[in-house]
Design a protein around this ligand. Structure first.
Ligand code: PMP
Ligand code: GLN
Length: 382
């Protein structure tokens, strides 16, 4: 079975986190915050456990959470998915992606993504038996190459899988790019699956959900997760919304992946989704300050920094330091300076890996003192 890097081995996150733990390095590799999400939500989970919410939840998710997801989409985006038929709860966005791709694609189909792409995309497309076709994101903004995208569509394109805001590159796609994606999907009668787990993590630019664009909603499955929005990545509560028949197809597969998802966490995520607007603003503002602290440190260390408009991640080009193989450097970095990062080429097929061979991804979702210490350690690389 072939994944992004030619096989389904240990994920890069597992590899680098294990290395960081073994060496005691500051882990700016795997994207998880070092401060937990809202007290209100952690209390709600404890209350749910005390109240006996400890057995299987309904397969499609508890009603209170499906209603809260629908309300959240109406409040922020004006979308009104029906909690009964157009939303399911999943075990993280990871399961939503797997259920959707396994339900909707198979041998003979093509699935289009941009490149670099989040690691699970390559692996699940391989598991489905479909062919993975890519179009590049263009440096330095890492917006879609729309001419390449048009050329990459074919009469076999079954799904275009979009990730916006984008992991690993940190870009937030423009309205023009998203509009073009929707036009091309319509022209080729392709389904759009859009992974918007970083929907609330944008810095000074608006996140535009694909499903809000003209001609999109009837062919778009939208995926998100509580992990990033609420700094609770270990809870693994995600969801998907979209046309009833597409959601039903994914739900059929979900039954046999996990059947249902963590009951007490669902109640707590429903409480989180109802938090007022200031919670979401504070989250983005806090992260933006952290982004700026780490960017400054990486720039001072002599790297070219691509300032992200969203997500947890800053990418740098380490070529000015003489680096030609980011993957080899990432494997040595924890021992060398006591900081762990993720190499960008692992998110690519061979051609894209060549284009990104000196790029590294650093996560900035950490306490300010941790980021400052990491920056001072990285400065010793020069
Ligand atoms: N998609 C993207 C783009 C991600 O970065 C991640 C990791 N947080 C996921 C999906 C998986 O999300 P979850 O932890 O909710 O499964
Ligand atoms: N989404 C996280 C990242 O990109 C990692 C999740 C995982 O370990 N699979 O860092």
């Amino acid at each position: 079975l072939l994944g992004a890097d030619g096989h389904l081995g240990v994920t890069i996150f597992e590899e680098i986190t294990t290395l960081a733990v073994r060496t005691g390095a500051i882990n700016l590799g795997q994207g998880f915050p070092d401060e937990d999400g809202p007290d209100l939500m952690r209390e709600a989970a404890r209350d749910a456990i005390s109240a006996g919410a400890n057995q299987y939840a309904p397969g499609k998710g508890i009603p209170a959470l499906r209603e809260a997801i629908s309300d959240h989409q109406r409040r922020f985006y004006g979308l009104t998915p029906d909690p009964e038929t157009e939303i399911i709860v999943t075990t993280g966005a990871t399961e939503a992606l797997a259920a959707a791709l396994l339900a909707l694609t198979g041998p003979g189909d093509e699935v289009l993504t941009f490149e670099p792409f989040y690691d699970s995309y390559g692996a699940v497309i391989a598991l489905s038996g479909a062919t993975h076709v890519t179009a590049p994101l263009l440096a330095p903004e890492f917006q879609p190459d729309l001419a390449a995208l048009e050329a990459a569509f074919s009469d076999r394109t079954r799904v275009i899988l979009v990730n916006n805001p984008h992991n690993p590159m940190g870009s937030v796609f423009t309205r023009e790019a998203l509009t073009r994606i929707v036009e091309l999907a319509n022209r080729h009668d392709a389904i759009i699956i859009t992974d918007e787990v970083y929907e609330h993590l944008t810095f000074g630019v608006a996140h535009i959900p694909v499903a809000t664009l003209p001609g999109a909603s009837e062919r778009t499955l939208t995926i998100s997760s509580a992990g990033k929005t609420f700094s609770l990545t270990g809870w693994k509560i995600g969801w998907m919304s979209g046309p009833a028949e597409l959601v039903a197809a994914a739900r059929t597969v979900k039954q046999f992946l996990s059947y249902s998802s963590g009951t007490p966490f669902q109640a707590a995520v429903a409480a989180g989704l109802a938090l007022d607007g200031s919670f979401y603003e504070d989250l983005a503002n806090t992260l933006q300050r952290k982004r700026d602290i780490l960017s400054e440190g990486l720039r001072a260390a002599g790297m070219d920094v691509f300032t992200p408009q969203g997500t947890y991640f800053i990418n740098v080009d380490a070529a000015p330091l003489g680096v030609t193989d980011a993957t080899a450097l990432a494997r040595r970095l924890p021992e060398l300076v006591g900081v762990a990062a993720i190499p960008v080429p692992v998110f690519c097929h061979p051609e894209g890996a060549e284009r990104t061979k000196s790029l590294l991804r650093f996560a900035f979702c950490k306490r300010v003192d941790v980021l400052e210490e990491a920056a001072s350690r990285i400065a010793t690389l020069k």
